[in-house]
Write a protein that binds this ligand. Sequence first.
Ligand code: CO8
Length: 259
Amino acid sequence: MEYQNLLIEQKEDIRIITIHRPQDLNALNTELLSELDCAFADASADAETSVIILTGEGKSFVAGADIAQMSTMDAAEAKAFGEFGADVFRRIETMEKVVIAAVNGYALGGGCELAMACDIRIASSKAKIGQPETGLGITPGFNGTQRLPRLVGLGRAKEIILAAETIDAAEAYRIGLFNKVVEPDQLMDAAMALAKKIASKAQLAVRYSKEAMNGGADGSFEGGMALEANLFALCFATEDQKEGMKAFMEKRPAEFKSR
Ligand code: CO8
């Protein structure tokens, strides 16, 4: 598919999706959200892709939902737009493959929400992240009110959302919103290194581990225990489990086949 707002690169089994709408600092309009949905569905279906890196072109990761588009919406249109974006982000969050956000610059509003829907966030030291919505007369609409408290705790999330705060990369790292902060010119290398490390592991085990963590985070501890027990058992029906343990005992690197 031809994208107007995305650049797609494949480096071995790593798919890099770059948001490219630089004239509006990669703000999310309906077209861009639809393209993201397609690009992630395509990466999900591609047997050659193990891990996806999502980043932005220029000084912004995503500077939020498109304020120009939202400015003329009525309540019904806003509801449809919010739900569409939230569904796209949820599909990214729950896809089987791991998604790493390489946060290169501003990640504001919908941009913060998109980064939070990714599994892991590696950031440039120049990145800035926050939820400016209350300063625009709205609440977060792509589930920032739900994901931010889960990531940084309710008290810190309330401070950021209620005061419409934007924080720098060091502070975001300190509170656990960014996993790692590197110099801007090291960002893609750091994201690639982590992607390759994850891609070198048994992909079914990676997938089940993600599913267990997501499922547990959304439900009760007992529900998470049952989910993990089932997924753990399922690993023993894979060739990769046999190969991983055999390789350990034979003191050699494992050769996983995602089977
Ligand atoms: N939407 C539309 N256009 C944008 C956006 C945006 N979010 N952000 C920047 N732009 C545009 C600017 O209008 C400007 O366009 P032009 O050159 O035509 O005037 C261009 O990008 C460059 O921006 P600036 O000149 O402002 O660049 P600066 O470097 O001076 O500032 C900032 C960078 C600080 C990032 C600044 O652009 C800014 O504050 N942007 C808005 C950030 C923001 O408030 N984001 C949150 C938006 S609300 C949201 O995301 C809600 C999500 C849930 C939606 C659910 C809907 C129902």
